[in-house]
Design a protein around this ligand. Structure first.
Ligand code: SAH
Length: 245
């Protein structure tokens, strides 16, 4: 079963866009995932082919019509999860990305203007998904973000590079910091422990750094991970590595 993606959009030319490059692009060319686009405008019914109208109750901008969107979604069907990108949606998580990547694929409705007529979500099995607490001008880039996150998990797309388990969020923590040669750069050296060849010590150091950085940078994640509320951010350096290990 190949992961099948369909983007419903007013701008099909935006796909695959960045997903045509690097590992995702190679995966696409190798048939490890597929991508189709559906032009929402093809489902407009009036002679002007309009997909939007002014907001009920007044206000700025235009709202995408439920009837046109529903017809576009119905044409794709609901065998795969149908997502609609929206800042009002459920925040995307790595856990949800894993679930989606393990499934048959995904259909993604991309908004524009002021977004969707809310009745769409009552009348069709569509899940609104947000990629973060900021507002984009359209759902296409949000859809590309979601797809990129899914596609990199597919078998054969990243190969050995995608070890997965230790990456940020996989364990509920941020990943530990990474370093590479040169050993010294502008007077800063790679932490000694990473050059020690002592795998147990390296693993312990990485675990500690992942915890410290998560606690410091993302108290929200830390709280979820440990069930412990962080009141004051703790600075790195509270732990002395060479003494502890
Ligand atoms: N008026 C809307 C924003 C519309 S932005 C509101 O305030 O909620 C236009 C489109 O961009 C949306 O329909 C959605 O498809 C996309 N979009 C914007 N921000 C997004 C986000 N954080 N996550 C996912 N999609 C987003």
């Amino acid at each position: 079963m190949v992961f099948a993606a369909t983007a419903l959009t007013l701008y099909p030319e935006m796909f695959p866009g960045p997903l045509g490059f690097s590992l995702a692009g190679r995966g696409l060319r190798e048939g490890r995932w597929t991508l189709e686009t559906v032009q929402i405008r093809d489902f407009a019914t009036d002679k002007h082919r309009s997909v939007d109208d002014t907001p009920a109750g007044g206000g700025a901008g235009m709202v995408l019509r439920a009837d046109v969107l529903a017809a576009a979604c119905d044409s794709v069907g609901y065998d795969r999860p149908m997502l609609a990108m929206s800042p009002r949606g459920r925040p995307l998580t790595q856990a949800r990305v894993r679930e989606l990547a393990a499934g048959p694929g995904v259909s993604i409705l991309c908004g524009r203007f002021e977004g969707f007529d809310e009745r769409l979500f009552e009348g069709r099995p569509i899940e609104a998904v947000s990629i973060g607490d900021y507002v984009l001008s359209g759902g296409e880039m949000a859809a590309l973000v979601l797809l990129d996150a899914c596609v990199r998990l597919l078998p054969g797309v990243m190969g050995a590079a995608s070890s997965g388990d230790e990456e940020s969020f996989e364990s509920g923590l941020l990943e530990y910091p990474q370093f590479t040669r040169p050993v010294e750069w502008e007077g800063r050296t790679i932490p000694e422990v990473l050059r020690s060849g002592d795998h147990a010590r390296i693993a312990a150091w990485r675990r500690q750094m992942a915890e410290t950085d998560t606690r410091l940078r993302r108290p929200d994640l830390w709280e979820r991970h440990t069930g412990v509320r962080v009141s004051l951010p703790l600075a790195r350096g509270d732990e002395d590595w060479d003494e502890q290990t």
